[in-house]
Ligand binder design. Sequence first.
Ligand code: ZN
Length: 299
Amino acid sequence: MHLPLAALTALLIATAATAQPPERFDIAITVDDLPAHGPLPAGMTRADIALAHVAAFKAHGVPEAFGFVNANRLEQEPDSAAALAVWRQAGHPLGNHAYSHLGLSNAPSLQAWQADVTAGEAAVAARMGDADWHWFRYPFLDGGSDAARRDGASTWLTGRGYRIADVSFSFEDWAYTDAYARCLAQHGEAAIAAMKTQYLREVDAEILRMQAASRQVLGRVVPQVLLTHAGAWSSATLPAVLARLDAAGARYVTLAQAQADAAYANPGGGTVIERAARRQGIALPAKPARRIDPATVCR
Ligand SMILES: [Zn+2]
């Protein structure tokens, strides 16, 4: 069918006028692996990466971005302490992500894992003063593969005063971190541009996928908890990511506000949406395969 241009224009204007605004949804932003996620590109500091994060949060009205710390990175990269100072100066809180990012299932024992959690506490507590830092984010979102370890860890965390920082979705920003550093070192601007195009398409698709999955397994778009990482790729793409969330109807809230929702009554490993799907025997659609595999880019 060929419409005359004037008719087509009128149709487009009418469609735009009647388009519904997006359904608003609450979302808390959380940032893992502070102060140092992935390789540090040349000419950049960890503080630069943190500054880019807090600037993007301010520009998009994000009231709180909970940062989760692996304190061993402060010993590996002493300069990275400046990133935590930037975070706190901007008013964002810090929580514990275990000293060395030890996964619960792969730890030699529950006791060894608990020791890694407690070893991470001092660096966080020192920077949080009187504010509540007793929030724990499971490394690898690994809440334990067998019941004994799962229940043992969760009971122990609760007894130690922690709340588990749950997650509802992520854009897998971490998958691009290493490739971004390699491409910057090689001046691979075209490769970086292609990865950004793909990643932002994935962000758009993942927002829709999250909304559909949340409606399917929880009956509504529950308050979301987004997981991102404190790396160079994430800081470079965060403004565009937040712009997409804004356009999709995001209303930024704190982690405590999001987790006050009944959907987060039993936080654990993986995501709240995945756990609800598993309980109901619902198979969520898999994420589509990537056309560009970041693991092969700029080799
Ligand atoms: Zn992590």
